[in-house]
Ligand binder design. Structure first.
Ligand SMILES: [Mn+2]
Length: 246
């Protein structure tokens, strides 16, 4: 099976605070091009697909009706991230076991955070969220709120890049039990290999499709060969003309 893992789209009602910055039709076209190019069987959205901390699902759907319809595809799998955990949509993680018994574990990765990974942290962030909803009439207050909670950088934006070691450590723990771990959340597309009891282990991060970028991972679940996808809007069409191998 060939999978495409995408993450951190942060789909919003295309508001000036948002980081989605995609035209919904362009994004659909981009995904469809990738599916054809790599003969993708399943597309896995690895969390933070929707920006539900700042907007309601209703407002997001209204602004992106074609995308919402497109997401009904039964070959699409949705995993929860910290920005869309408030919805009852999506899985906590997704696991694939191939014919050799190798396990590919895919999750968003925010469980490595104090805010999202502990019950106390989640309670505090929920409280912050309800406050935010009440004061969303004021852009000034919203901005201030995001600045205040940014000290632990979990809720407002993107985990800081120098913090990626935290997620690497978390991935290493998961790799004791799995052969491949794919996280997201950091918005940093990356891959690391290591060996554990002579078994090759792979930690990958699917990056982000926000800000008009198109990043992700294509993997053959049988051979565990993969490719990191890093494109900007529209350039994928040029890639389509090129020979490739995964
Ligand atoms: Mn996240």
């Amino acid at each position: 099976m060939i999978i495409l893992v995408l993450s951190d789209l942060h789909i919003d009602p295309r508001d000036s605070f948002g980081i989605f910055q995609w035209d919904e039709i362009d994004l659909i076209e981009q995904i469809e091009t990738m599916k054809a190019l790599y003969s993708i069987d399943k597309v896995i959205f690895n969390g933070d697909t929707f920006e539900l901390l700042k907007y309601s699902f209703n407002d997001i759907s209204k602004a992106n009706p074609a995308l919402m319809e497109y997401f009904k595809n039964e070959d699409f799998i949705f995993i929860k991230g910290n920005h869309d955990i408030v919805n009852d949509f999506g899985l906590l993680y997704y696991r694939i076991i191939n014919s050799q018994g190798q396990i590919i574990h895919i999750e968003h990765g925010h469980n490595a955070d104090w805010f999202d990974g502990t019950r106390f942290g989640r309670t505090i962030s929920k409280f912050g969220l309800s406050l935010l909803r009440r004061m969303s009439y004021s852009k000034f207050l919203m901005k201030l709120y995001f600045q205040i909670i940014d000290f632990d950088n979990q809720i407002s934006h993107i985990p800081k890049r120098n913090n990626t070691i935290k997620y690497l450590t978390y991935a290493l723990k998961l790799l004791k039990e799995h052969d491949v771990v794919i996280l997201a959340h950091t918005h940093k597309l990356e891959s690391h290999h290591t060996y554990y009891l002579n078994k090759k282990k792979r930690y990958l991060n699917s990056g982000s499709c926000s800000l008009g970028r198109f990043q992700g991972i294509v993997m053959d679940t049988e051979t565990l060969k993969y490719e990191l996808i890093k494109e900007n809007k529209f350039s994928i069409k040029e890639l389509y003309q090129m020979p490739y191998a995964i």
